[in-house]
Design a protein around this ligand. Structure first.
Ligand SMILES: [Zn+2]
Length: 297
């Protein structure tokens, strides 16, 4: 009954009939005073008081007309959409609407600011357009020999949150390949052992020299910023895994062989302790192109 009477009232307001309505027509009863903070309002606090009998009779007559009109499907649709709008607006005007609605929890400002500061710092330190490669842009790196040098070099400090024992000067193609290997080769191979890798031991990066420092040999990929030598890893618990000591051990050796294998395909050349006497203590990764695909040994 109460819901129906509210709907009727809303319908009258929408029809613009309030001013023209006769005295006997429905008149909404004033709501109770705004609740004080001393007591939480209940539904009964806002219930209209009983109408006099004469108004009750008028209401019955009005509802009869109303129900007849509402039997028409077209009218029903129109009324439903109009009341849908009006009841929402009505609810918003209700004095208890704000107080009773659920309020979203605000994030503490400190957390938002910290997250935004971290984001800015990551964006600022990103090189090669990748926030997971942190360092600084070096640009042109001149070579002592004409075959050496890098056109657009970067000096990398960390890959995907793992720092390097020394900053590595590389070109972006190589930096991106190393990042891929860190995520798809190194991290999965080590897993949670020792809490994960905290540092990559970089034995060499850019250096204008011949291959394996042999006189008369070709210029190494290191002289072009396309290579990195990795001699081991420091774990979060302080343990060290080195190529020299762990390659032939059962557990840590398996991890090293796994990440060596995964490097094939990511890099053009992959050399490890089993390749030759020059690589007993490090991985050599470079992005040189070979006709037959990756060279892995
Ligand atoms: Zn090397």
């Amino acid at each position: 009954m109460r819901v129906t009477s509210v709907l009727v009232w809303v319908w009258i307001v929408m029809a613009g009939a309030v001013d023209a309505a006769p005295e006997t027509s429905l008149k909404p009863v004033a709501r109770a005073e705004k609740p004080t903070t001393a007591s939480i309002p209940t539904l009964s606090d806002f219930r209209p008081t009983a109408r006099p009998a004469v108004l009750e009779a008028a209401l019955v007559e009005q509802l009869t007309h109303q129900f007849q009109a509402e039997a028409d499907p077209g009218f029903q649709r129109a009324l439903a959409s109009q009341i849908g709008m009006t009841t929402r607006a009505f609810a918003a005007l209700s004095p208890q609407a704000i107080g009773l609605s659920s309020r979203p929890n605000m994030r503490p400002n400190g957390i938002v600011e910290k997250a935004m500061a971290q984001r800015r710092a990551r964006a600022k330190g990103a090189v090669c357009g990748d926030p997971d490669i942190q360092g600084e842009t070096v640009g042109f790196v001149p070579g002592r020999l004409s075959a050496c040098g890098i056109k657009n070099g970067v000096k990398v400090r960390s890959f995907s949150g793992v720092t390097l024992s020394q900053q590595a000067i590389l070109d972006c193609k190589t930096a991106k390949a190393i990042k891929t290997w860190v995520n798809k080769g190194m991290k999965p191979a080590i897993g949670n052992t020792g809490g994960g890798v905290s540092q990559i031991k970089v034995a060499a990066h850019y250096a204008c020299r011949t291959r394996n420092n042999q006189a008369g040999a070709k210029i190494s990929e290191h002289g072009k910023g396309r290579a990195i030598d990795i001699s081991g890893f420091k774990l979060r618990d302080g343990r060290q895994i080195t190529l020299l000591q762990d390659w032939d051990r059962r557990d840590t050796g398996a991890m090293l062989r796994k990440m060596h294998k995964r490097a094939c395909g990511i890099f053009g050349t992959v050399l490890g302790p089993d390749s030759d006497r020059f690589h007993k203590d490090h991985f050599h990764f470079d992005t040189a192109r070979h006709r037959g695909g990756s060279f892995c040994r």
